[in-house]
Design a protein around this ligand. Structure first.
Ligand SMILES: [Zn+2]
Length: 142
């Protein structure tokens, strides 16, 4: 069996990754704060007896960070240091082939595994793929 891989050892590639956008959500129970920086200003509740306690819902933070949509962005400049290809029989696996890489910058042997779909030979190609994935995500939200 001859196994071809998209990249070779020592080849320079560029990764793409998903970036999660965080959105601050104000606590409605204590009316919280719109900005996480102005913490504790109003993150307390006054009882009928005038006693003041820290808001039990937001725990005095005035709100909480919620994850919103994800965006694909350019990741790192990497150098291929290890290649892993697995060929499966389709009756046992969903995909016939898996191609993953380990890179010198992120650790060989122990470290991040990069799927072939998230590595690109040039920055232009990586940016183009980010645009495609971000457009798809936007369409799905409509
Ligand atoms: Zn609160």
């Amino acid at each position: 069996m001859d196994i071809q891989t998209k990249y070779n050892l020592d080849q320079k590639v560029i990764s793409i990754r998903e970036e999660k956008t965080k959105v601050w959500e104000r606590c409605t129970f204590c009316e919280g704060t719109n900005e996480p920086t102005s913490m504790l200003a109003r993150a307390e509740i006054t009882g009928r007896d005038g006693k003041i306690i820290r808001c039990p819902i937001c725990k005095g933070n005035g709100g909480e960070w919620k994850y919103a949509d994800t965006t694909w962005v350019i990741g790192h400049n990497l150098t291929i240091g290890q290649i892993e290809v697995r060929i499966h029989k389709l009756e046992f696996q969903e995909k016939e082939r898996e191609e993953k890489y380990m890179c010198i910058e992120t650790g060989i042997g122990g470290g991040q595994m990069w799927p072939v779909d998230n590595l690109f030979p040039t920055e232009e190609a990586a940016l183009a793929e980010c645009a495609i994935r971000n457009n798809k995500a936007e369409e799905q939200m409509r």
